[in-house]
Design a protein around this ligand. Structure first.
Ligand code: MV4
Length: 442
């Protein structure tokens, strides 16, 4: 298997392959020569200069690397080409098994307005709004009036919070509509936008699903990802403190119904927003393994990366009882300085000491002497902790963060420590606005 990625996820995939008896090929840019994925893979191929466009996003070089090493399959990890339908298609036509969904599923879910329509038709509750894209300002006025202010304008080619605009009254609509379309055109080469009722202070809850080649889809419960800053997740946890077993069952069933309706293959995540009245609505589907997948692995006792490889190879899924027996939480340790607005802090890690003990897991590609390159995302490590209650998890996370020593660069560890001591966070009652108001600095 060729792993078309870098960092901790490349290592994570190598580990799954080793356990499955699959030989691995790492690819790396000139900036990643000393990265652990290069060291731990059976073979490694340099695919170009540091810039992602020239290396990890360079499709012809990746396919050539797969061909010269006789790879049978390609795992895209997350980010980079993981949700690129044309890459998945080219893998297929080059005789390589893409570890992920069919290219058509990636295309369908990549168009956010179309994805909503698809889910709505399958009977999944969606956020009230325009049915599909809003193609001119006359439609915009009528639809916004029907939906009722406040509304949110989203780019259909966007996702993950990019290119959104909140409109609180009609006088703001024209300007917001035109700016949003213009920004969408610039950012995604597609000016189409759609409207939704703007939900105040929602929680972000996502369901992990997996589909096989026989049309079976199972779910592994939820992750609560409400702790985000500028649409970057910082902490994820499961089970969500905001939902009951009955809600888990209802959200899981909706996610399975939606994924089944497109005969979804592989690992996927269905994102829901939960409003104040605890109604849940489909928002987007991510057609990849996600950064925060270990949270689900820990509470469910399932290796999701092995499973996604197995279903790609034609194995049949067994039934899953999504009854979490544990609490798990993940803190993303980034090379960023929380005291200076989370500005990037790349550079050489001088000392590196990992925490340990019962219920502690660290997914990282870093080590003492490793240099975090400035070209890619700033994730240094994922610290995942599990225990039998949320209170215990938060307490254990604090002490585990305290043991985690990274010197030479600034990291988000101090931020997480402060968060673990915050009363509102500890209560479990917070929403996606919480982090904006949470002050790291006194
Ligand atoms: C929303 C919303 C309220 N109402 N949609 C932000 C990320 C992107 N995936 C969608 N986002 C939102 N969509 C409606 N109709 C509020 C957000 C939102 C948000 C969502 C999840 C986690 C953090 C967030 C922070 C600000 C806004």
């Amino acid at each position: 298997m060729l792993i078309a990625n870098r960092g901790e996820i490349a290592l994570r995939i190598i580990r799954a392959c080793r356990e499955l008896g699959i030989k691995t090929v790492a690819v790396y840019s000139e900036a990643d020569r000393y990265s652990l994925h290069v060291r731990f893979a059976d073979e490694a191929v340099c695919i170009g200069p540091p810039q992602s466009k020239e290396s990890y996003l360079n499709v012809p070089r990746l396919i050539a690397a797969a061909e010269v090493t006789n790879a049978d399959s390609i795992h895209p990890g997350y980010g980079f080409l993981s949700e690129n339908a044309s890459f998945a298609e080219i893998c297929g036509t080059s005789g390589l098994t893409f570890i992920g969904p069919k290219p058509e599923s990636i295309t369908a879910m990549g168009d956010k307005a179309f994805a909503k329509e698809t889910m709505k038709k399958a009977g999944v509750p969606v956020i009230p709004g325009s049915d599909g894209i809003v193609s001119d300002f006359n439609d915009a006025k009528r639809i916004a009036g029907d939906v009722g202010y406040p509304i949110i304008i989203k780019a259909t080619a966007g996702g993950g919070g990019r290119g959104m605009r909140i409109v609180r009254e009609q006088s703001e609509l024209e300007n917001a509509y035109r700016t949003a379309s213009h920004e969408a055109e610039k950012a995604f080469g597609n000016s189409s936008v759609y409207f939704e009722k703007y939900l105040e202070e929602p929680r972000h809850i996502e369901i992990q699903v997996m589909g096989d080649r026989f049309g079976n889809v199972v779910h592994f419960g939820e992750r609560d990802c409400s702790i985000q800053r500028r649409h970057q997740k910082l902490v994820e946890e499961s089970p969500s403190p905001a939902i009951t077993p009955e809600m888990r069952e209802a959200m899981g069933a909706a996610a399975v119904k939606g994924a089944k309706s497109v005969r979804y293959l592989g690992a996927g995540t269905i994102e829901f927003l939960l409003d104040k009245n605890k109604n849940f609505y489909f928002m987007e589907m991510n057609t990849r393994i996600q950064v925060e997948h270990p949270v689900t692995e820990e509470v469910m006792g399932t290796d999701l990366v092995k499973l996604q490889i197995e279903v790609a190879a034609g194995e049949r899924l067994k039934k899953v009882k999504a009854k979490p027996e544990w609490y798990a939480m993940e803190c993303r340790i980034n090379a960023e300085d929380p005291a200076f607005d989370f500005r990037p802090s790349p550079g050489k890690i001088v000392s590196f000491h990992l925490p340990g003990g019962f219920g502690v897991r660290v997914d990282t590609h870093a080590y003492a002497g490793y240099e975090i390159p400035p070209y890619y995302d700033s994730l240094v490590a994922k610290l995942i902790v599990k225990a039998k209650s949320r209170e215990e998890v938060v307490e254990k996370m604090y002490h585990t963060l305290d043991e985690f020593i990274i010197e030479g660069i600034q990291t988000t560890i101090p931020f997480h420590k402060k968060l673990m001591r915050n009363e509102q966070f500890r209560s479990g009652i917070f929403d996606t606005k919480f982090i904006e108001q949470f002050k790291f600095k006194d």
